[in-house]
Design a protein around this ligand. Sequence first.
Ligand SMILES: NC(=O)C1=CN([C@@H]2O[C@H](COP(=O)(O)OP(=O)(O)OC[C@H]3O[C@@H](n4cnc5c(N)ncnc54)[C@H](O)[C@@H]3O)[C@@H](O)[C@H]2O)C=CC1
Ligand SMILES: O=C(CO)COP(=O)(O)O
Length: 353
Amino acid sequence: MAEKVNVCIVGSGNWGSAIAKIVGANAAALPEFEERVTMFVYEEMIDGKKLTEIINETHENVKYLKGHKLPTNVVAVPDLVEAAKNADILIFVVPHQFIPNFCKQLLGKIKPNAIAISLIKGFDKAEGGGIDLISHIITRHLKIPCAVLMGANLANEVAEGNFCETTIGCTDKKYGKVLRDLFQANHFRVVVVEDAEAVEVCGALKNIVACGAGFVDGLKLGDNTKAAVIRLGLMEMIRFVDVFYPGSKLSTFFESCGVADLITTCYGGRNRRVSEAFVTSGKTIEDLEKEMLNGQKLQGPPTAEEVNYMLKNKGLEDKFPLFTAIHKICTNQLKPKDLIDCIRNHPEHMQTL
Ligand SMILES: NC(=O)C1=CN([C@@H]2O[C@H](COP(=O)(O)OP(=O)(O)OC[C@H]3O[C@@H](n4cnc5c(N)ncnc54)[C@H](O)[C@@H]3O)[C@@H](O)[C@H]2O)C=CC1
Ligand SMILES: O=C(CO)COP(=O)(O)O
């Protein structure tokens, strides 16, 4: 690591902006970091003015995190390579569907000894019928190590300064301290674990379950049904990690990235909210995303699709009936009301007594 660690935040959406508040404050306060933090902003015009200019003049991301001031040492940069070129730590926080393209643009343009940390919840489809972890895509394309940060972290609540926890998954212990220093705050408590793959998979899969929770809310089936969907979702998350990432630890599911993130997203997240409206309005998910989220992106429906791509290819759809049903509902192959019939005889209920 350099004497003064340079930090770049790649992304400036709802979560990217909320985390910029913490990272910017820590970079300004701690001697190990260079004070100036660059933040790559995907440029767009807001009322005739560039978003980067608005952020640099008012220190507010008026589109994605309205009402919160960013630290003045966080500088919005519209050029990805320019933002990232001097960074020792690259924080990736963009909707997951954009990451392969970002990596292509950064190839050969960053410091060779930089490290990355991904805050991105989702997967990408891989050749051969499987899926790729976003951290693996970053490492493979950019040839740098990539840790992950996942937790029960609804961005607006983090930006408010309400107390919460998060999990950093980092296979190489030597990066644990600098990453914790960069993210930890009085209201944002960090636990570092080595089980990085399970941390990342938890963060991606819980968005699928949150869609199921939203369907249940839209169908007005009540809290017991929602709790059942959350529990079966958790069991499918554990089974998924068991099958595809063997050697991971069960204890990881009890970190913030596991049960806690599942709960907060199933009650307070965007995936839940839009999925509820999908049932009550009859509109498509794409239309609701545009109508309700003002440019923010849903991760649950595309993640359900990516997971289904792999489960289908491997003949495992029936072992994950909740994930499978949620994908089919999102893509109109099933009606929301069919959800319960799909999980009534869940493998979790097939005990031999
Ligand atoms: N918002 C939240 O509460 C949390 C989000 N996350 C995760 O963080 C990741 C990023 O989420 P958010 O920051 O909330 O993003 P967001 O949902 O606010 O998405 C909007 C961002 O996408 C960018 N964008 C739109 N079109 C683009 C394009 N064609 N190419 C490149 N960028 C484009 C926009 O400029 C904006 O920065 C996601 O994987 C999400 O699951 C994780 C924890 C909390
Ligand atoms: O990941 C999140 C909270 O930890 C945010 O979830 P949503 O994308 O459903 O809002």
